[in-house]
Design a binder for this molecule. Structure first.
Ligand code: ADP
Length: 506
């Protein structure tokens, strides 16, 4: 249309000029120049519109002069018509000029946002969630109070999501991230992408359900070259579009950043490990040093006693004295061991009221990186009636941390695609129970026997102290710890801490 606009404008201008000049109609024909100015909006710039407007006004005046040069009768009426036409053209030119100015500003801003949209390093999807919003409204009117209840009523709801949302647009970065040729093929991939992140999808639905302004989460996707990409995504529900017809999903590749963080984290863990080994080394040296003396004395006295015995006439009094010295040295050695034990118990536990559910959640948050790196799917089943216990929060955290890390390490050896870690708490009249289930390789009969023994480990870099420390911490809290395992199906560690006395809890 705009290709023919200049030609159409010229033809109209010519037709109006001829009609205006050659006919003697009693109407302001020149008003039709307004159409020329309006057509000019399609092809001329701001200055062009002003020039065309001025040209039309000039033609109007010219027609007036030509057609009235010889007759002065009816001059008044014609002049009035000419002035009306000139005013109409001037107003149309002014409005056209202003319209063109705002069109230019709009086009510029559109270009700016388009450039940002296309060229940014963040993947952006423009989506229409109206269908999803309607489906959620239906669940609400079906009686579901919240998303948890909706999940119970319709567990397969997440599978219906792809049919309720539409992908309107996606930028280059997003297409590259998902290795999609175009928007249609990316839209076709949506069901797979959504179901692969099912555990997070319910949380996302909760945000839509609650009318939150947005939802943010981190997840792992398969990159263009088959590599695993860690991405941070944000789904923004603009407040001025409550129908959710324009939802923006931005996706940022944070693989390199997380890799650097993980390196830092493992360097720290390594350092802590080295520090632990070094402390243990120091302890060993000091134990050896302390014990060396009485042990050497025992050996010396034993040797002397034997010599007195081996004489032709054994000197039993000397043998007796050697043996008494041996006993005294052995007692000294045992005294040293007792002192060392007392020393290691020096940091007496700090007793306080502890809610094990809270400790479980905050401890697992500490190892979210290990959970992600090993692609472990984490589930909580926490009892709402869990009794409070009395104990040292930090020590109990140490127990949970050790059990969770052991479970993750055990599962990382399996090629099993779905690595499931279930953290459960159960409350009863007497105690709070915590169960950590994994679907790792399980325990061999030998491991099962030695599991809690100090220094027993099957890991190349293990210390074998974790479970023995867990057992002493749990025992110091008046509880117990057990392990149950089905080879090939995983292991469950359970520890129990007695409920705190009523008087204490108050
Ligand atoms: P470490 O972790 O340093 O080896 P631990 O005392 O924590 O020391 O664990 C001792 C051993 O028990 C481990 O080396 C491993 O063989 C076994 N183990 C612990 N937890 C599990 C588990 N969840 N699944 C299978 N084996 C386990």
């Amino acid at each position: 249309m705009s290709r023919f606009s200049p030609l159409a404008a010229i033809l109209i201008a010519l037709a109006v000029f001829l009609l205006d000049t050659l006919t003697k109609l009693d109407i302001a024909i020149a008003v039709l120049y307004v159409a020329v100015v309006l057509l000019a909006l399609n092809f001329a710039g701001q200055i062009g519109i002003v020039l065309i407007g001025a040209g039309c006004m000039g033609l109007t005046a010219l027609s007036f002069l030509i057609s009235h040069s010889d007759d002065l009768i009816e001059l008044e009426d014609s002049l009035a018509r000419c002035l009306v036409s000139l005013a109409a053209i001037a107003i149309a030119t002014l409005l056209g000029f202003r319209l063109k100015t705002s069109m230019n500003v709009l086009a510029e801003s559109e270009l700016r946002y388009r450039t940002i949209f296309l060229a940014t390093g963040v993947g952006i999807l423009q989506m229409d969630f109206r269908g999803l919003k309607d489906a959620i409204e239906k669940l609400k009117s079906g009686g579901a109070r919240d998303i948890d209840q909706a999940q119970e009523l319709d567990p397969g709801f997440v599978h219906k999501i792809p049919k309720t949302i539409r992908l309107i647009n996606a930028n280059e970065t997003a297409l590259k991230m998902f290795n999609a040729a175009d928007i249609t093929s990316l839209e076709r991939m949506l069901p797979t992408i959504i179901t692969a992140h099912m555990d997070k999808t319910w949380k996302f639905l909760a945000a839509v359900w609650d009318g939150d302004p947005g939802y943010e989460a981190e997840t792992v996707i398969d990159g263009a070259e088959g590599q695993r990409l860690k991405v941070l995504y944000n789904v923004a529900f603009p407040a001025d579009r409550p129908a959710l017809d324009m939802v923006l999903v931005s996706i940022m590749d944070v693989t390199a950043r997380r890799a650097a963080e993980n390196q830092l984290h493992s360097a720290r863990t390594e350092l802590a490990h080295v520090a632990r080994v070094a402390t243990l080394g120091e302890l060993t040296v000091s134990i050896a040093h302390e014990l060396n003396q009485p042990l050497a004395a025992i050996v010396a006295n034993g040797g002397a006693g034997l010599r007195w015995l081996k004489r032709d006439e054994p000197d039993l009094a000397k043998v007796q004295s050697s043996m008494e010295s041996m006993i005294a040295d052995a007692k000294r050695a045992s005294e040293i061991i007792k002192n060392l034990r007392a020393l290691s118990k020096k940091s007496s536990p700090v007793a306080g009221h502890v809610n094990l559910n809270e400790v479980l959640e905050e401890t697992v948050a500490l190892v979210h990186r290990e959970i992600d790196i090993n692609r472990v799917s984490l589930h909580f089943a926490l009892a709402t009636n869990l009794p409070q216990v009395t104990g040292d929060r930090v020590q109990l955290q140490q127990v949970i941390l050790n059990l969770v890390l052991n479970a993750i390490q055990a599962m990382s050896q399996t090629t099993e695609n779905i690595r499931e870690l279930l953290i459960e708490s159960i409350g009863d009249e007497q105690a709070a129970h915590v169960k950590i289930h994994d679907n790792g390789p399980g325990l061999t009969p030998e491991t099962r026997k030695k599991l809690f023994s100090p220094f027993y480990t099957t890991k190349p870099e293990g210390m074998g102290m974790g479970l023995s420390i867990c057992r002493s911490i749990v025992a110091a809290h008046g509880g117990s710890i057990t392990a149950d395992s089905q080879p090939g199906l995983g292991t469950t560690f359970e520890f129990t801490i007695p409920k705190e006395a009523e008087a204490e809890a108050a």
